[in-house]
Design a binder for this molecule. Structure first.
Ligand code: ATP
Length: 594
């Protein structure tokens, strides 16, 4: 054996055979890093004798990694002329994107084990090796001879070094040097490490001007103060150590969601963020420019004084719950509009609870009063509809009126509606409503609808999206679950609740309600765990998935559930290769079943 401190070639061969025949958990004489990898190989059902790595056609040969590495690898190849050493570059999934060597015999040896462009040398594909094990351990790894899980790789010495993105810090690939056993392994490892470092430096030089401008500003901000700093644009997220120390994973995820919503603004903005831990953070955003082009934004994050949330209770409005400052503020503003006799316009994303809040305010302030709730969308004949509404109000006892989706009628419908409003405003109280609230969506098909309605409404309240007041999930879950559950003892485990608090809830409370309805259809009683949640909730990807990606993600989660977490069978069912499913599980942040 070539590596100091390693067992001899034949000893390792014996130990490997013992491991394969007896599946021993402890293997004195085998390095921990190797025995742990062998155990993973068994779990992945890797063949110990026939190398059968997965072949993938969609590898990225135009990436920053490949572009930056190419001249360095060409130089190294020239330096190594005459030595039987192959230079391999893989992406972060272990797919070989480049191989070069000057030694014909070594080349054909590598061809025989498919260590060639297009093949995956991830552990899931071939077991312990210098590429896959480096990826798993995220540190430089040397794998010698029979330390390889597959016996056909035993003729080789493989030294892998991870390559990290120079700004974002995540793993982008592996630089691997492979030779015949007998080559001094530590030398190969040192050379692999040095080359990986050079590639990282070249990547930094090759980054776009925008990323560099953002990076410089971020570094300067970190040096200026001791607080938590985030820097973001569409491609990059940077988080300093203070942020990591001050906020746990769930809080950091919530901070990133908030920052993604603000990033892109061209002026300084300060927003308050409710974090899952209950902390209210203040994010001060400053845009960063590269010349005249917006490069992204830097956020300085501070904890808001505890005062605004000291009460921490909800406002006891009938039918709605929530304790976050943002929700309480919206409730207070809506109540003030009722108390002041002002009509109210509620805006915000779909499903945030605009109509629920309007009804709650009306019921709270006039518990015995009449309440008329109507949906303005999908009406065929607005003339007849508006007439019927006016009659109902005139025949009632000064009801409160809540009109949902008041921006959905076209011009003709809006004309009828505003005629009714005009008549109400000119009528004595007996024939007019006591209060009117309308809800508008943020994606109206009729952008000028707000212009029609605005003159009648003195107050506008924006109901914040659920992701901006994520702590409300704690109160909403039992409240909404009680609507759907057949049994009072149906509850969510803490882990499950935490998982829900990590999600972006693009469909807001409405989506949460739908999820809980679905869960309670399948579980009548007991505790709901993360694995019981529907596919859309079993991911931790922080970026928003496209519609197509969401469909794909849901299909993978369903297939994994159907095959009890067996990735190979799930992939086969979906007509995907093993490498693809592994890559997608990582990319979509799918939480595997236990
Ligand atoms: N704070 C809350 N507490 C309890 N339930 C809520 C709350 N907010 C919303 N809901 C519930 O969530 C669902 C969606 O709320 P609602 O219909 O009021 O939303 P919206 O913003 O008016 O939606 P859209 O824009 O789609 O019309 C309803 O079932 C509602 O009862």
């Amino acid at each position: 054996m070539t590596t100091q401190g390693h067992e001899s070639h034949s000893q390792v061969r014996l130990l490997r055979e013992q491991f394969l025949s007896k599946h021993l958990p402890e293997l004195p004489g085998v390095r921990d890093i190797i025995s742990a990898s062998w155990r993973r190989a068994l779990e992945h059902h890797i063949d110990a004798d026939e190398p059968n790595p997965i072949f993938v056609t969609d590898r990225d040969e135009e990436s920053l990694l490949v572009r930056s590495a190419t001249p360095i690898l060409d130089n190294l190849r020239a330096e190594l002329a005459g030595h039987p050493v192959a230079i391999l570059l893989t992406d972060a999934d272990g797919l070989v994107v480049r191989r070069s060597s000057v030694d014909r015999a070594l080349d054909s040896g590598l061809d025989r084990i498919s260590l060639a462009p297009g093949y995956s040398y991830a552990e899931e594909s071939i077991g312990t090796n210098g590429i896959g094990t480096t990826l798993e351990c995220q540190e430089p790894v040397l794998v010698s001879g029979f330390e390889h899980f597959n016996s056909r790789l035993a003729a080789f010495e493989c030294a892998g070094a991870p390559i990290h993105h120079p700004v974002r810090g995540h793993l982008v690939g592996v630089l691997d040097l492979t030779s015949w056993t007998g080559t001094p392994g530590p030398l190969l490892l040192t050379l692999a490490r040095r080359t990986a470092k050079q590639i990282e430096e070249a990547m930094l030089g090759g980054l776009g001007a925008r990323e560099l401008a953002l990076f410089r500003d971020y570094l300067a901000s970190c040096q200026r103060g001791s607080g938590a700093i985030l820097a973001v644009n569409e491609d990059v997220v940077m988080v300093n150590n203070h942020a990591r120390e001050l906020y746990d994973v769930a809080d950091r995820a919530a901070l990133l969601t908030h920052s993604a919503d603000v990033a892109g603004a061209t002026k300084r903005v300060t927003v308050l963020a409710d974090l899952p831990s209950g902390v209210v953070a203040r994010l001060e955003y400053r845009p960063v420019y590269s010349g005249s082009v917006l490069a992204g934004g830097v956020f300085r994050v501070k904890n808001q004084a505890a005062a605004p949330r000291a009460a921490g209770t909800d406002l006891h409005l009938p039918g709605v719950v929530g304790t976050s400052p943002a929700w309480r503020q919206a409730c207070a503003a809506a109540q003030a509009s009722f108390s002041g006799g002002n009509w109210l316009m509620l805006t915000g994303e779909r499903g945030t609870g605009k109509a629920a809040l309007a009804q709650a305010v009306a019921r709270h302030h006039a518990p015995r009063g009449q309440l008329i709730v109507q949906d303005c969308s999908g009406v065929d004949d607005y003339e007849a509809w508006a007439g019927a509404l006016a009659d109902e109000v005139a025949g009632g006892t000064a009801p409160a009126v809540v009109l949902r989706h008041a921006d959905s009628p076209g011009t003709e419908g809006l004309r009828r509606l505003t005629d009714v409003f005009t008549s109400w405003q000119g009528t004595s109280l007996g024939r007019a409503p006591a209060w009117v609230a309308v809800t508008l969506s943020d994606t109206s098909r009729y952008p000028d609808a707000a212009g029609w309605l605005m003159p009648f409404f003195a107050h506008t309240v924006e109901v914040p999206p659920l992701r901006h007041r994520i702590e409300d999930v704690r109160r909403l879950v039992p409240h909404l679950l009680a609507r759907h559950a057949k049994s009072p003892d149906l509850a969510l485990s803490d882990a499950c609740l935490r998982q829900l608090m990590r999600l972006p809830w693009t469909g807001n409370v409405c989506q949460l309600d739908r999820v809980l309805a679905e869960v309670s259809r399948r579980h009548r009683s007991g505790t709901i765990e993360v694995t019981d949640l529907p596919a859309e909730c079993r991911t931790t990807a922080r970026r928003q998935l496209t519609q197509l990606e969401s469909i794909e993600r849901d299909a993978i989660v369903r297939s994994l559930a159907a095959h009890h977490g067996n990735k190979e069978r799930a992939a086969a069912d979906l007509g995907m290769s093993r490498a693809t499913i592994y890559r997608k599980i990582r990319a979509f942040g799918i939480v595997p079943s236990q």
